[in-house]
Design a protein around this ligand. Structure first.
Ligand code: ZN
Length: 397
């Protein structure tokens, strides 16, 4: 007799990975460095939190799947660029071959592998093999329909959301806590009321990509389904978490999603070299908790998480991303020292001294004189961002 899906004990979570994801590499000196995937998986294995049985190999996305979002012409250009068949000047019109997103060998194949990882994670959850799934190789939220941008060639989250709509008929809540605005995903679904995008990020006043204002609320039928929380530079844990917890919960209650996709860029940390936010590990312990809570409350547990930015790959990303997996699998969050073996293995490779503990020292930096002012400014911004939902609720009483 054929095995029925409900006869199988459902895994708590699937960890999607394959070595092919490490081929997404612009150069030895580029800040986007997938070595973070190895550092994270190794850290988890060292504490016995990542058994082989939890790992699911990612596949490559097909051209047809990529075309759910991307122009066929663009896909052809990416293929040609990676095979040395196009002049770099011609590729630049498509955002590739730039300083941010240089051409590299077989870039189509490597990029399609990251997208395939997120699709694998989606299928694990939507076909009931796991309650939650994690693809740390994904989260390339700046990729556009016909253009690469900000280290992102194909937009795995956009493709995955469209895939969930078409294959499973799901309403998707996308939550992006990367320090940069999740512009690519937002614009993909800007006029779609069945996808709700939420991005909390450092204000675009001085930071790439410059968009993500409170007033970007969606268009046409999608008006009111795009949410942005642009927080001030130097925002610290408490204010970040206040905006995140209040904002995301109110939006989830309003939208009532079938499934949650979180983009977990880890570049809001104080150590991150590309941004100006002042989060510590305290923020990264809390972010996955709310995602899990909301997925259980509204979505029968359906939660897919992807990676994203994160440019202090030694001191920040492995700890932050391990916490997502530990939360997903219901394992206690560790505190105290990191495993000795891991520190001894990677300490000599790291250009900076590794952090010895799961938590950051308190305080990690000198007090910020403008803290109260920043907190107030962020609250005011949040009230504006949630204004439509709140007035609708008041109207309904
Ligand atoms: Zn980022």
């Amino acid at each position: 007799m054929a095995e029925r899906t409900w006869d199988r004990p459902m895994k708590k979570a699937s960890f999607v990975f394959s070595d092919g994801q490490l081929d997404y590499k612009f150069s030895d000196t580029h800040p986007f460095n997938q070595k973070r995937l190895v550092l994270t998986a190794d850290l988890l294995k060292n504490i016995g939190a990542l058994p082989d049985s939890a790992v699911v190999r990612s596949r490559m996305a097909t051209d047809e799947e990529l075309a759910l979002i991307h122009d066929e012409r663009y896909i052809e250009i990416v293929k040609k660029a990676g095979h040395g068949e196009i002049a770099p000047e011609a590729a630049e019109n498509y955002g590739i071959g730039t300083e941010d997103t240089p051409i590299f060998e077989d870039m189509h194949e490597a990029s399609a592998m990251l997208v395939g990882g997120t699709l694998t994670a989606v299928d694990e959850v939507m076909e009931g093999r796991a309650r939650h799934a994690l693809n740390l190789g994904g989260g390339l939220h700046h990729g556009f329909r016909g253009k690469a941008s900000g280290f992102c060639v194909y937009n795995d989250s956009s493709v995955a959301i469209r895939y969930m709509q078409e294959k499973y008929g799901a309403r998707v809540l996308y939550i992006d806590t990367d320090a940069h605005h999740g512009d690519g995903v937002q614009w993909s679904f800007y006029d779609d009321p069945d996808v709700c995008t939420v991005s909390i990020h450092e204000t675009g006043r001085y930071l790439f990509p410059g968009t993500g204002a409170v007033t970007e609320r969606g268009s046409g039928k999608g008006y009111g389904f795009s949410f942005n929380f642009p927080i001030d530079a130097f925002t610290e844990d408490d204010s970040f978490l206040e905006i995140y917890r209040t904002g995301v919960r109110e939006i989830a209650e309003f939208f009532k999603p079938d499934v949650i996709l979180t983009q977990n860029g880890a570049d809001a940390h104080y150590f991150d070299p590309l941004t100006h936010l002042y989060s510590t590990m305290k923020t990264y312990r809390e972010i996955p908790k709310l995602a899990l809570e909301l997925a259980e409350e509204f979505c029968g547990g359906r939660w897919i998480a992807v990676g994203g930015g994160g440019y202090d790959i030694w001191r920040v990303v492995p700890r932050a991303w391990s916490l997502i997996w530990l939360t997903m699998t219901g394992q206690p969050l560790p505190s105290g020292p990191l495993p000795k073996e891991w520190l001894e293995k990677y300490g000599p490779q790291s250009p900076v001294p590794l952090m010895p503990d799961w938590e950051d020292p308190d305080p990690l930096y000198e007090p910020i004189p403008r803290k109260a002012e920043i907190t107030e400014k962020n609250r005011h911004m949040m009230d504006k961002a949630l204004h439509l939902i709140r007035s609708e609720q008041q109207r309904r009483g």
